[in-house]
Design a binder for this molecule. Structure first.
Ligand SMILES: Cc1ncc(COP(=O)(O)O)c(C=O)c1O
Length: 381
């Protein structure tokens, strides 16, 4: 049995998304910027997709700027605001995705913007009192804190952080790559200025995402030069096929959200119950073992060490796809910057991130739980 439990890294395409994209591919090839009829018909489809996505996430159409995914959206907003001279300071955290952390490192080396990282406790919560104090002390600040952590699943209270930013005249960006499409979120109803999203975490195509820019929030510099696409902010012919697939993925996600949540939360609970009964020493990182404050589709399992990289390797041999943390571009394990920031000493633990989707079954959960218990027992012997 092949078991795919790495859905926070990416998800398989939904059959409805495949059929939407195939149908589109066969009919439309015009460049949406061409003024002739072939271009115009593609432009209509592009704008229909924008309208659909905007209405699902509670935004206005002009607030959605298509990008190649979450990495670009994060780079775009952080660098664009920093280079436009709009900021003195960015407050973020050490548990953000690398597309935020590496952008912040670039900004600190190449601009005058100062970066401050909030403290994080052993459960993965950012220190919001420190944020409040910090906001009072400075001007022209952007806060960039992710909504759902991709490794431990912790959820940020967007309303609380957004209100703090509002009352201190700071801008608020949130990376919602792991949560948009999983929760009934209305962006315009929240006190946030910018949000990053991606299609491939919700059974849409890879290489397609968007940046939400609340009307008039901050002055932005174009991110790609070379065309007037996306309101002049992101030149380049739009990835129309990816955008069509993304719109369908958001539509399916919205229409099936409650059922999906119930199904996936049930699978996660089943995994917890089975691991608890088969591995008495098991713990869960962050808030991922709790029902509150955490995403319903991410479980980060902690097994007392010593650390041994054959654990994941052996699971791979048994055709169980899980990960140690986020998908790593080099393919090599570098340990988890999130767990390090939470104070974990890596050599003492084996951590497995298990992430679920609507395409998983109870049989897969039972098989994977048994396999994890077995490879862990073998490791201890
Ligand atoms: C929280 C978070 N932000 C950003 C990204 C990057 O998104 P993309 O793969 O669309 O570039 C990911 C993907 O792993 C993620 O989990």
């Amino acid at each position: 049995m092949d078991v795919y439990l790495d859905n926070a890294a990416t998800t398989p395409l939904d059959p409805e998304v495949i059929s939407e994209m195939s149908g589109f591919m066969e009919r439309f090839y015009g460049n949406p910027s061409s003024t002739h009829f072939k271009g115009r018909e593609t432009r209509v489809e592009l704008e229909k997709a924008r309208k659909k996505i905007a209405s699902i996430v509670g935004a206005a159409e002009k607030e959605i700027i298509f990008t190649s995914g979450g990495t670009e959206a994060n780079n775009f907003i952080l660098k664009s605001l920093s280079l436009a001279g709009e900021l003195n300071r960015i407050i973020s955290s050490p548990i953000e995705h690398h597309s935020v952390l590496d952008s912040l490192e670039w900004i600190s080396k190449n601009t005058k913007v100062k970066i401050h990282y909030l403290s994080v406790d052993e459960k993965g919560n950012c220190d919001l009192e420190e944020l409040e104090k910090g906001l009072k002390a400075g001007k022209k600040t952007l806060v960039s804190l992710m909504h759902g952590n991709n490794e431990i699943g912790n959820l940020l209270d967007l309303k609380k952080v957004g209100d703090l930013c509002l009352s201190n005249n700071a801008l608020f960006h949130t990376d919602m790559v792991q949560t948009l499409g999983h929760y009934p979120i209305s962006l315009n109803a929240l006190p946030i200025d910018f949000a990053s999203a991606s299609a491939h975490k919700i059974h849409g195509p890879k290489g397609s995402g968007f940046l939400y820019i609340k009307n008039k929030a901050g002055k932005l510099r174009p991110y790609f030069h070379g065309g007037a696409q996306e309101r002049g902010l992101r030149g380049g012919t739009e990835n129309i096929l990816g955008i069509i697939g993304m719109a369908k993925a958001f539509e399916v996600a919205r229409n099936t959200m409650d059922d999906q949540k119930a199904l996936i939360a049930g699978l996660k609970n089943r995994m917890i119950e089975q691991l608890n009964s088969q591995i008495p020493s098991v713990q869960y990182n962050g808030l991922s073992g709790q029902s509150d404050g955490c995403m319903y589709n991410i479980l980060n399992v902690q097994l007392p060490g010593p650390y041994d990289n054959t654990l994941l390797f052996n699971l791979d041999l048994m055709k169980i796809a899980v990960s140690e943390g986020s998908a790593c571009s080099s393919g090599a394990s570098e340990g988890s910057h999130v767990l390090r920031a939470m104070g974990q000493s890596e050599n003492n633990f084996n951590n497995i991130r298990i992430s679920f989707s609507k395409m998983n079954t109870t049989e897969e959960i039972d098989y994977a739980a048994k396999a994890i218990a077995k490879v862990y027992r073998d490791l201890l012997e």
